[in-house]
Design a protein around this ligand. Sequence first.
Ligand code: C5P
Length: 407
Amino acid sequence: MEIGPLYKRKVLLGVSGSIAAYKSAHLVRELIKWGAEVQVVMTTAAKDFITPLTLSTLSTRPVYSTFLKEEEEQYGVWNNHVDLGLWADLMLIAPTSSNTLSKLVTGACDDLLSAVYMSAKCPVYVAPAMDLDMYKNAATASNIEVLESRGVVVLPAEHGELASGLIGQGRMAEPEAICEFITSHLLKQLPLYGKNVLINAGPTHEHIDPVRYIGNNSTGQMGVALAQASKALGATVTLVLGPTHHPLDLKGLQVIRVVSAKEMLTAMQEYYPSSVLTICTAAVSDFTPVDAEDKKLKKTSMTGTMSLQLEQTPDILAALGAAKKPNQKLVGFALETNNGEDYAKEKLVRKNADAIILNMLSSKTGFESNTNAVDIFFQDGGELSFELMDKSLLGKQLLEALIEKFQ
Ligand code: C5P
C-alpha cells in the first residue's frame, strides 16, 4: 500500500453520467491502493454506465444515489447529504459530466450528489469528461473558471479518442493519473513541503574498549515521533540516529546511523546548513574516554581499581546554535530531575536555541517510557505545556506547535 497524503483519508467519490463512469471501478481500486476509505455517491444517469453493485463491492460500502433509501422508501428513511458531506476529508467527482459541472456552479440540488457537494466543507476535486465540442463550449470553460475561482481543483480532461469516435480533449484523466495528481496537489499544500528537517535521536556510545562503552537507555522514540510528524507534514527528513535497538518506525526517513557524539556532530553539521528546522532530541553522552583502548581491557592487568580519564564531548546543540542562520530554527531538549524551568531557560540562551523542550524525568516520562509530558520555552518568552500522552501523538502536537510559532 502506498503511504501518501491519501492514506487513511475519507474520500467521497461522486460519479456522474458519462461513459467515463466505466473507469470509476478502477478509480475506486486505485484510491484504496493509496490507503483511502472510499464512499461512492452516484447520479441516476451514472447507473446507466456502471452498476452500483460493482462500486459497492469494490469500495466495500453501500453506494448512495437518491435522497431516500431505496429499500426503505416507504418508511421515509433518507440518505443524509449533510452527514456525507461532513464525513469526507476530500471529495472527488470523477467523471464530472457537463450537466453535473453546471449544477456545481449554480448550486442546483436536484440529486444527492449535488446536495452532498453543497454540504461538503472539504477540498473538492473534479475530473470533467465529455465530448470535445462540449468541452470546448464556452459554457464549460466558464463553469470551470467559476469553480476554480471558488477553490475547486479541476483536473484537466485529457486529449485522445472519445466515445463519439472523434479525437480531441474531453477524456477523463486515467485513475492512476487522478490519484497522482491529487497526491502531489495535497503534498504541495503541506506546511513543510519542499523543506528539510534535521533531527537527532537516541543515545551515543563512547567506547572505552571494543566491547565496553559509556551510554544511556535512550530509545530514540521521541525523535522518531517528531521525524514522522515532520514527514507527514511534507518535509524531507534526515534522522541522525545513535545506537538504539528499540523497534522504531523509520519508513520514509533518511537515516544516518552514528555511534559516538563526535560522529553525531559530523553528521549533523553536514545536513544542518540545508535544514530549516533542526531538533536535537538525542541523549548525547557528556563525557568520552580520552583514549579508547583498541584491545579489550583485561582484568588481570588491573589491581582491583582503575581510573578512566574522561573528556567532554562536543555540545552538538551549542555548536549548531553558534552557526545558526536567520532562516533556521533550532530546538533542543532538556531532560531534568529538578529546577527544570531554570535549566531549560539557561540552555535556551547558552545554546542559542529558538526553543527548549523540557522533559522532567519520572516513571512515565523520559528515556524508556512510551509516554511523555513536556513544556516548551521559546526564545521570545512564550511557553506551552503538553500533558502526559503517547510519544507519537506528542510528536505531532509538538511539531504543529513549533510550526505555528515559527511561521
Ligand atoms: O546540556 P544538556 O545535555 O542538558 O542539553 C540537552 C540538549 O542538548 C539536548 O537537546 C541534547 O540533544 C543536546 N546536547 C547536545 N550535545 C551534547 C549534550 C547535549 O547536542 N553533548
